[in-house]
Design a binder for this molecule. Sequence first.
Ligand code: TUI
Length: 317
Amino acid sequence: MGKNPICEMLHIDYPVFQGGMAWIADAELAAAVSNAGGLGLIAAMNSNGEQLREQIRRAKTLTDRPFGVNLMLMSPFIAEAVRVVCEEKIPVVTTGAGNPQQYMNDLKAAGVKVICVVASVTLAVMVERMGASAVIAEGCESGGHVGETTTMALVPQVVDAVSIPVIAAGGIADGRGMAAALLLGAQGIQMGTRFLTAKECNVHANYKAKVIAAKDRDTIVTGKTLGHPVRALKNRMTRAFAEKEHDPNTTPGELEAMGAGALRRAAIEGDVQNGSCMCGQIAGLVRTEDSCSDIVRGICADAKKLLGAGTAQALLP
Ligand code: TUI
């Protein structure tokens, strides 16, 4: 068995993280991914401190394995979420959609490992200096909030710029994607879209069905004019949003109002026409609803085969 630095650091079997999908990544999904030997993460995004604590305690009843919390830095509840993570002795957090600087000291003082999602080399270097334990280099193929650089271009540039481990994200949903990421120099992967259709994922069935039906060109990025571009499946909502966004008479407030509550509408209520079905470009490859265990083990086994015995020995368990 090879030694993978991310597996060693986090006491997990496979270097596979589940993306911290807002309104979707709950205790059940996180526990299922952790039970499969990967790293499950509860999304703190839509929860206040006490709701997050409830999810954390629920996950603790569902798994004895390590799991983490994803901190969305634009969340109105971010300060409470950081406090609860420290109090509940969560071993690792991932951060996204911003610069984690102001929370870094508290998290590290509480013994929490901080792994930051970055969309640029600049931020990767900054968070390494702040004490991040690893970075997740997320390309713009991802669903949700995206940067501008593709995974193929971003990952090797981040790998060369930092000395901490790099996890690749964006556009990865099978063993081929994982093998490619490892060859680019990443030491692990994070997947959102693939886990969105997992059996243990509680997202609304309409949302899952739309992801499974999606083809390669079915996503679009909207919200660039607001400063937070978001990738989601094309639907009535994204068409209306894109139209408004290109109309010079539209105010930013009107656009913000259109976006508010849209993810909840799709993920919880199942309104996949008027809600936001955030999802990555790799959706076209995701055709089945599988268990988290089949996903994690299957992808690692396929990647290992593709890489060949020598390379695989060094990179995978
Ligand atoms: O955060 C994500 N994906 C998300 S967050 C989210 S919730 C949301 N809903 C509506 C509007 C906006 C967000 C849905 N999906 N991924 C991690 C990620 N972080 N991707 C890109 C970044 C990123 C981008 C710029 C991180 C830092 C950054 O720069 C910040 C700085 O200050 O330099």
